[in-house]
Ligand binder design. Structure first.
Ligand code: BES
Ligand code: ZN
Ligand code: MN
Length: 499
């Protein structure tokens, strides 16, 4: 799908379909108004029949509208102009692209950038349009015996803009395309089942990224390397599996080598059975998504490499499989983490924090500007916030603010929860420096407090994406969140650093 700007007259465009918005029968968008004039009131006449009211998400396909060069006109409902906010605009984009996919249209002229969205700029609406149109064509068919026939999709999309805005919209197209490639990279790996997407598979994906982008270098630590480094917490998880664990390090060099990097660390449990603290069968199959944090690191690295973002970024993936076996960690085992702190593992199903804590000690050597870890860490995050917001925790108010802003900007929102010292007592252990779980209370916060004990040396934030990163049931699949938030956070930093 190729995007271009178009500054001509929509009536004269030789595209296959002109897409225009209507609020209601008495209130058309300016392009719809133009089409109505050309067709001597045909659009209003059709609307007056009442088959389409103009509510958000409604569409109506018209053929051979008199005076309009393109054979089709797609009317898209915009709802009331003053109610047109971010979620409504995004759903308008989805309905438009879905309606187009049902036709034989290969090329379309989209006249939706002329409408005002509350608190949003043209740069924003145009980037979202590109992202949503590209994302709406994504299908995960890798695991089908015979790949199903691809639905019709657009090859060329023209965006109607005024000549003054052309350059800005071209920038947004570039950004939107880069984000979409990160989203695709994320979904392609996170939708794979545990028997295929192993830690070794993830390491290969990261190595391929380095082959594809000159700015990226990938390094992989083996279990022997990690044992030598003293990563006893990571190994406590990985040792129960026949699949060897991997610590995967991707470095994107976008500025001087000596410049301090931004670091992302993703939980990459390729399957989480719970270990000896075995999960019940209900929902266990969803644990193929327990590497969505890692996939979001891979996706974000793809986007920033695609943009050649002028900052240094290190993406780390702590990849392991959590299995019960004769060699698995027993509840009650005590291990020593790379930081030297000892951990009493009371529940082997609280494994994410164990692989993360050693990765978070390992990256101290980079002297990072900020560190963000991303993890499907706790079921309690689903209970607390539902799927609308990822849970954010941070030891730094400015970092938390920047991340909340990036989430609002991309509509990939997060909500901050506290990590007060008061919660730390839940992790007190009689025998070791800490235990890996608390009680039933505030278990997302307690998990974050556990990680906080390993991140005291730098500005750090933690995103618990258990609720936001995937859907289960009939719509089973990865959502690609928080690739949007993370890429925006890094794009904002690159701008701030004046590069
Ligand atoms: N991967 C799970 C968390 C999870 C649950 C993610 C459901 C997505 C959907 C994690 O490893 C886990 O098992 N967490 C435990 C922690 C508990 C033992 C303190 C949980 O949330 O129950
Ligand atoms: Zn897990
Ligand atoms: Mn678990």
């Amino acid at each position: 799908m190729q995007f271009r700007t178009f500054t001509g007259n929509p009536v004269k465009s030789r595209t296959h379909c002109v897409v225009v918005g209507v609020h209601d029968k008495n209130n058309l968008s300016s392009s719809a108004e133009r089409l109505d004039k050309t067709s001597r009131g045909y659009i209003k006449k059709v609307l007056a029949r009442g088959d389409m009211s103009g509510a958000v998400g409604q569409t109506l396909l018209l053929q051979d509208v008199r005076g309009v060069q393109a054979p089709r006109v797609l009317l898209v409902g915009l709802g009331k102009a003053r109610d047109l906010d971010t979620p409504r605009f995004l759903s308008i984009l989805n309905s438009a692209s879905q309606a187009l996919a049902k036709t034989q249209t290969k090329q379309a002229l989209i006249c939706l950038l002329e409408i005002d969205v509350t608190d949003r700029s043209l740069a924003w609406t145009s980037q979202r349009l590109v992202e949503r149109f590209l994302e709406s064509t994504y299908r995960f068919t890798e695991m089908k015996g015979k790949p199903p026939k691809k639905p019709n999709s657009l090859t060329r999309v023209d965006l109607l803009v005024s000549p003054d805005d052309t350059e800005d919209v071209k920038d947004s197209i570039r950004l939107g395309e880069a984000v979409a490639s990160g989203v695709t990279a994320h979904k392609n790996i996170s939708n794979l089942p545990g028997n295929i997407c192993t830690p070794t598979f993830m390491a290969d994906a990261a190595k391929n990224l380095a082959k594809e982008y000159a700015s990226i270098t990938t390094k992989v630590l083996s279990e022997a390397d990690m044992t030598k480094l003293g990563m006893g917490a990571f190994m406590a998880v990985s040792q129960g599996s026949d699949q060897p664990g991997k610590m995967i390090i991707m470095e994107h060099q976008g500025s001087a080598k000596a410049d301090r990097p931004f670091v992302l660390v993703g939980k990459g449990i390729t399957f989480d059975t719970g270990g000896i603290s075995l999960k019940s069968n209900a929902g266990m199959a969803d644990m193929i998504f327990d590497m969505c944090g890692a996939a979001s690191v891979l996706g974000t690295m793809t986007t920033i490499a695609e943009l050649n973002l002028p900052i240094n970024v290190v993406g780390v993936i702590a990849a392991a499989e959590n299995m019960p076996s004769g060699g698995a960690t027993r509840p009650g085992d005590i291990v020593t983490s790379m930081s030297g702190q000892t951990i009493e593992i009371l529940n082997t199903d609280a494994e994410g924090r164990l692989v993360l804590c050693d990765a978070l000690t390992y990256i101290e050597k980079y002297n990072p500007v900020t560190v963000i870890d991303i993890a499907t860490l706790t079921g309690a995050a689903i209970v607390a916030l539902g799927s609308h917001a990822s849970a954010l925790f941070s030891n730094d108010d400015a970092l938390a603010r920047d991340m909340l802003d990036a989430g609002t900007a991309t509509h990939d929102r997060a909500w901050r929860l506290p990590i007060w010292e008061d919660y730390q007592t839940a992790l007190n252990s009689a025998l070791a420096d800490m235990q890996n779980v608390g009680g039933r209370e505030a278990s997302s916060i307690v998990a974050a407090c556990f990680i906080a004990r390993f991140t005291r040396k730098y500005r750090w934030a933690h995103l618990d994406i258990a609720a936001t990163s995937f859907k289960s049931g009939g719509a089973k699949g990865a959502t690609s969140r928080p690739v949007g938030l993370l890429t925006q956070y890094l794009i904002d930093r690159a701008r701030e650093y004046g590069a």
